[in-house]
Design a protein around this ligand. Structure first.
Ligand SMILES: Nc1ncnc2c1ncn2[C@@H]1O[C@H](COP(=O)(O)OP(=O)(O)OP(=O)(O)O)[C@@H](O)[C@H]1O
Ligand SMILES: [Mg+2]
Length: 293
């Protein structure tokens, strides 16, 4: 399943929500920083880690040599067990090199759930193909009037892409476009935001206002004690359960026919050999980044 996260104007928290979701996702997951404005996780959550050139630009270069799918796994870093990241480009100019249509095609059916941080829409470089390929597109917003307005515009822009021949048919059925509010009640309550977003992109949930945990995710700030129990992580965990595909036990390419997977911190833990046998391409051993946990 491919889930794209985006926003309208402002910085409502797309990268923070995408990273939080990846860490809380109830199945193996690949997070891709496709924001044409540049990646943020290396210098934030990653605290400036040396990633040995792994990232979206590395994917672009390696794809010609070893194939697009293999190049994705060669450009991942591990965030935690069964959670990988393809870091974004270093600068907006590099985004012009990225073939987003090829990226979308590569991520579709890669064998694990994929979360994409697509940045703001409309943006400087066309991320339309990613939205076109997405099973679900989530517009992130705050509960201010300006943010709701920007989110409505972003959702309408996504719907308008439906007519664009350059990105092909885009799915905008009731359940393929959704929104998530960061910090409900600041100032408008959840009910008001829900009502305002009903027709543009129905609200799928909320992310708690939690500046300390957000700073750990977005700025590499000190990790709060009991990270998984923070308000932000508990709320993204609920959101992950709401957004992750239903019927996973039947549909997942990593499903196990043997013993039930055990749960550890809300994540499935499975036999590695079995997992690798069912993944389209096993990941190479990536660097590990992130100090919040
Ligand atoms: N749940 C939250 N509670 C408090 N602060 C938050 C929350 N989520 C995000 N923030 C803060 O909001 C700011 C912007 O977050 P982030 O960088 O994730 O936004 P963005 O939408 O990805 O922005 P951009 O469009 O510039 O990439 C950061 O300082 C982050 O710590
Ligand atoms: Mg961002």
């Amino acid at each position: 399943m491919l889930t794209v996260l985006t926003s309208g104007k402002g910085a409502p928290g797309v990268t923070t929500v995408a990273l939080g979701l990846a860490l809380a996702w109830p199945a193996p997951v690949l997070l891709v920083e496709a924001d044409p404005a540049g990646g943020a996780i290396r210098h934030g959550y990653g605290q400036g880690a040396d990633l040995s050139g792994r990232g979206l630009l590395g994917w672009h270069v390696a794809a010609r040599r070893i194939g697009a799918r293999e190049a994705i796994w060669a450009n991942t870093v591990r965030l935690q067990d069964e959670c990988w990241l393809v870091p974004g480009v270093d600068a907006p100019a590099q985004a012009a090199s990225i073939d987003y249509a090829a990226l979308a095609a590569t991520l579709t059916g890669i064998g694990v759930d994929v979360l994409v941080d697509a940045g703001r829409i409309p943006g400087p470089t066309g991320i339309g193909p990613l939205v076109a390929a997405a099973d679900k597109t989530v517009v992130v917003l705050r509960s201010t009037l300006a943010s709701v307005h920007a989110a409505q515009a972003a959702a309408n822009h996504i719907a308008d892409l439906a007519g664009s021949t350059s990105v092909g048919a885009i799915r905008v059925e009731a359940d393929s476009l959704a929104s998530v509010v960061v910090g409900a009640g600041r100032p408008y309550p959840m009910g008001d935001v829900r009502a305002a977003m009903t027709h543009a992109a129905p609200l799928a949930g909320e992310v708690a206002w939690d500046p300390t945990t957000a700073a750990a995710l977005s700025d590499g700030g000190p990790a709060p004690r009991r990270f998984d129990a923070t308000a932000l992580m508990r709320s993204v965990s609920r959101l992950a359960s709401a957004l992750a595909p239903c019927g996973r036990e039947q549909d997942s390419p990593v499903k196990t026919a043997g013993p039930q997977p055990v749960s550890r911190h809300g994540k499935r833990v499975e036999d590695d050999d079995h997992r690798l046998r069912h993944r389209a391409t096993p990941p190479q051993e990536p660097a590990t980044v992130g100090g919040a946990r």
